[in-house]
Design a binder for this molecule. Structure first.
Ligand code: ZN
Ligand code: CU
Length: 534
């Protein structure tokens, strides 16, 4: 007679492969799925759940996340586990918490990590093993992490904030540190080419590093350069994939330039053509028509050069400041026009400034009696990378086209955050991205069918990332599970009230342990920093 630690009876199973839903039972023993199918009535279980009418699927894999620091500060990961996210891929956009060159480059590393908007840590580690141990010392986390090496962090570790190509020795040192991280289980390398210092790399440097990644069977993820003319930012990613042999994950695909809104078909064709020519490239997207980032990112490169401290110094010179003001006013990313009333402060970066979050740059400039470009400089010079903004610069039509396409997976680009965010109003993606796909885009709009949406957020994501043990419901795999009500599942986080938990996510299991029970978080911290191939 079989015995299970957890037995879920009669749920509609979505197995993560995209196969049609089917009613079945699922039993968990320890950390693994032990049985799927009609489980005899005499089986016993420590915990039995009658799940008729509800859907059971693998835990969601957030392929693009930024919880590198936030989960060390608060291991509950409230905003993510409540959505059913059981694994987050971190290190994205060039920002990771290893490898660190301590103590020499401590301040530069901390300034870079401040862009994640989550406060400060005092790192006591340098490599991935040390970072992994830091979680263990803190008692673990609620969900799993799949770490990538952030290219900006890697570059700082070897060459600081230098704006130039690496020497032969520096490149070799970066390759060595990267290989060390891959040996320690990193899943790949992730660049952030609009952020210094990752953006100081030329294509050759990225190819040379991606070759190391390819040797280990990892991937190259990229937050691409600014798209001004043409689609050179996608072509660069394709070239890096072709010449290095690494799998490429194009991060948070979007059309952010008003002049090109609606051109999703042209952009998607580039991905399709690259694949026809043998480059294994795909992309992720988050289900919102607004983005979010630190404000400094939108300053001209010469203003940001050397990091926030060098920038503040530079802006004290009246001549440089006048030039900076003119260059900012001319647009961001080399000429995208500012729509000042579409840019909202989401995190002020100053504990004394509780009034700015939720206001547009337009409104704040009027209040301050200065032109918006001067306001931007003031915020950046006094608060560095800690000021965060939300930009309403995308169209719903493009977002839907990107979501629907078979090459997409879902990455929130948000963080695992505690519910209490004080006065900050972070982008709602941190609290709502996954239920929003199921509620709005599957049930309300019919953009995707349920099995396909779940596949993108589980099995397909696991394939892209290289997670062998997760993303599907199959006997022997890790028991990362979500039980939800397809009729009720919905995001409730909005731009005005972003810290609202979703509806309809009843039970979430990580490595066999229940982390959400009846919609409430338990005290369990079963999450781990995973190793590639795991
Ligand atoms: Zn990014
Ligand atoms: Cu990102």
């Amino acid at each position: 007679m079989a015995h299970f630690d957890l037995l879920i009876r009669g749920a509609t199973l979505l197995d993560g492969t995209g196969a049609p839903p089917r009613p079945d039972d699922l039993g968990v023993v320890g950390e693994r799925i032990a049985a799927i199918g009609a489980i005899p009535g005499d089986a016993t279980a420590a915990r039995l759940i009658d799940a008729r009418g509800r859907a059971l699927c693998p835990g969601f894999i957030d392929v693009h996340s930024h919880s590198d620091v936030s989960l060390l500060l608060d291991p509950r990961g409230e905003s993510k586990v409540h959505q059913g996210v059981t694994t987050e891929v971190i290190g994205n956009c060039g920002f990771s918490a290893f490898p660190l060159a301590l103590p020499e480059r401590r301040q530069q590393h901390l300034d870079l990590l401040a862009s994640l908007g989550t406060g400060t840590i005092e790192p006591t580690w340098s490599d991935l093993e040390g970072y992994r141990a830091a979680f263990a010392q803190r008692g673990g986390t609620a969900l799993n992490l799949a770490p990538q090496v952030g290219h900006g962090t890697l570059r700082i570790a070897v060459m600081g904030m230098e704006r130039r190509p690496p020497t032969v020795e520096e490149l070799e040192r970066m390759q060595w540190l990267l290989a060390q991280a891959l040996e320690q289980g990193a899943f790949g390398l992730a660049s952030g080419l609009t952020y210094p210092p990752s953006g100081y790399a030329d294509t050759e440097e990225l190819i040379a590093l991606s070759r190391v990644v390819a040797r280990f069977g990892g991937h190259y993820a990229t937050h691409a350069r600014a798209e001004t003319e043409g689609f050179g930012h996608v072509e660069e990613a394709v070239r890096i994939g072709r010449e290095s042999g690494a799998r490429v994950q194009f991060s948070h695909l979007a059309l952010n330039v008003p002049a090109r809104w609606g051109r999703h078909a042209d952009l998607l064709r580039l991905f399709e053509h690259a694949r026809e020519r043998g480059v294994d490239i795909a992309y992720d997207v988050y289900p919102y028509a607004a983005s979010s980032s630190c404000l400094t990112q939108y300053l001209p490169g010469w203003v940001q050069a050397g990091g926030p401290r060098a920038m503040a110094e530079r802006l004290r010179d009246p001549g440089s400041r006048a030039r900076a003001r003119a260059d900012v006013a001319a647009g961001w990313f080399g000429g995208i026009p500012w729509l000042w009333d579409r840019v909202v402060i989401s995190r002020s970066g100053d504990p004394h400034d509780t009034a700015s979050p939720g206001k547009t740059l337009q409104a704040l400039a009027v209040e301050a009696g200065v032109p918006p470009e001067e306001l931007v400089l003031r915020l950046c010079e006094t608060r560095g990378n800690a000021v965060e903004v939300v930009l309403f610069y995308r169209t719903e039509e493009d977002v839907q086209a990107f979501l629907r396409h078979p090459l997409s997976t879902v990455g929130s680009d948000g963080l695992a955050l505690p519910r209490d965010q004080g006065e900050a109003r972070p982008h709602p993606r941190s609290f709502g991205a996954f239920p929003r796909v199921l509620g709005r885009y599957v049930r309300e709009l019919g953009l995707l069918d349920l099995a396909t949406a779940v596949h993108k957020m589980t099995g397909r994501a696991a394939e892209r990332v290289g997670l062998r043990d997760r993303g599907r419901l199959a006997e022997g795999l890790a028991a990362d599970l979500v039980l939800f009500d397809p009729a009720r599942v919905a995001d409730r986080a909005t731009f005005a009230e972003p810290c609202q938990l979703p509806a309809g996510i009843d039970l979430v299991v990580v490595n066999g342990h229940v982390v959400i029970d009846g919609g409430r978080q338990t005290k369990a911290r079963p999450g781990r920093v995973l190793r590639r191939g795991e």
